[in-house]
Design a protein around this ligand. Structure first.
Ligand code: ZN
Length: 336
């Protein structure tokens, strides 16, 4: 096919005007040959077609001779080289620009926040499979009827994280958001709706404020992206150090400590929890013993988590929370 195109072109080239066609066809032939392994060469054809003013004077003499023919090949080689160099430079600039930009993989919410990006060391840019967020946590909401998730403003993102890291926060909390809430194409400004956040059930509800004649705004869902847990990235300063708590009779949240064999229950529970997630389990348990008492802990993705005493059947609420809140000021130290 390549040779037939060459022959066709050679017999048709007599005048300067045909030279453009010649270069164009050669370019098209090269493109078809290299298509599949060099996708970028597709740009050759339009580029070559726009460069007749660069041709040397020898090409404008009328009938083409062999010198001109090979000259055109040389010129085509130069043009190909120029296009390749231009593409490499252009891609390098784009890549450099993308390195500092954040992104969320909406289609893969379970992937972690990129630790390298937080330390300004990720060189993959938009091609990185992990979320590129500027803090080790990132909150989103969804109050639409579809699947569209929206980001919170930086100020509201911090407010939600503070609530979440405080294990004593129970039930819905009224939050004066700094931002408007987007819902099904509408924008609800902060003065028009009262927002309640529940970081335990990961929900939010919207009510019209007094004086505003509007129908009930309904409710929505929350989700939080996190860095990988410490158990899988030990030693990294921005891995999430999860802590497990149970609620005693007085409503005090206590951290799990040691089991009857002196093993660290924080590690054992975290390991069991992550194993279930890995297997895509939505309802699974972990058995353990403290002193003479035996318990099982229920991990349920919708009903929440709780602990049950096997002998008495006593049920207690359980929470998993980050060890502490990390402020943006603290992040500047890590980025140095
Ligand atoms: Zn990355």
């Amino acid at each position: 096919m390549f040779m037939s195109i060459i022959f066709e072109v050679l017999t048709s080239i007599s005048y300067w005007e045909n030279l453009c066609l010649f270069i164009s066809k050669i370019s098209a032939a090269l493109t078809s040959v290299t298509h599949g392994c060099l996708g970028w060469i597709n740009l050759l054809a339009p580029c070559v077609q726009t460069v007749p003013s660069y041709l040397p004077k020898s090409f404008s003499n009328g009938a083409i001779n062999l010198t001109n023919y090979w000259g055109s090949f040389s010129l085509l080689g130069v043009l190909c080289g120029a296009v390749i160099i231009w593409q490499c430079c252009f891609r390098a600039v784009l890549r450099k620009e993308s390195l500092g930009a954040g992104h969320i993989h909406e289609e893969s919410p379970a992937v972690p926040i990129c630790l390298k990006f937080l330390l300004r060391k990720c060189s993959e840019g938009t091609e990185c499979p992990e979320h590129h967020c500027f803090l080790p946590y990132h909150w989103q909401y969804n109050v639409s009827s579809g699947v569209e998730w929206k980001n919170f403003s930086e100020k509201d993102n911090l407010a939600l994280e503070k609530l979440y890291c405080d294990v004593n926060v129970e039930g819905p909390v009224k939050l004066n958001l700094a931002q408007a809430i987007a819902s099904d194409g509408k924008t609800l400004p902060p003065w028009e709706c009262e927002v309640s956040i529940d970081v335990n059930s990961m929900t939010l509800s919207l009510k019209p404020t007094a004086g505003i004649c509007a129908a009930g705004y309904g409710s929505g869902k929350l989700r939080r992206f996190a860095t990988p847990p410490c158990s899988t990235n030990p030693g990294h300063p921005l891995s999430t150090n999860w802590r497990w708590y149970w609620e005693d009779n007085g409503g005090v949240w206590c951290m799990y400590e040691k089991d009857h064999l002196g093993r660290n229950l924080q590690e054992l529970i975290e390991h069991a929890f992550l194993e279930g997630l890995k297997q895509n389990e939505t309802d699974y348990t972990f058995n353990f013993k403290v002193k003479a008492h035996e318990y099982y802990l229920v991990f349920h993705s919708e009903k929440g988590m709780h602990q049950v005493n096997m002998q008495y059947g006593t049920k207690r609420k359980v929470k998993r929370r980050p060890e502490r809140f990390i402020s943006p000021e603290e992040m500047t130290v890590f980025k140095r």
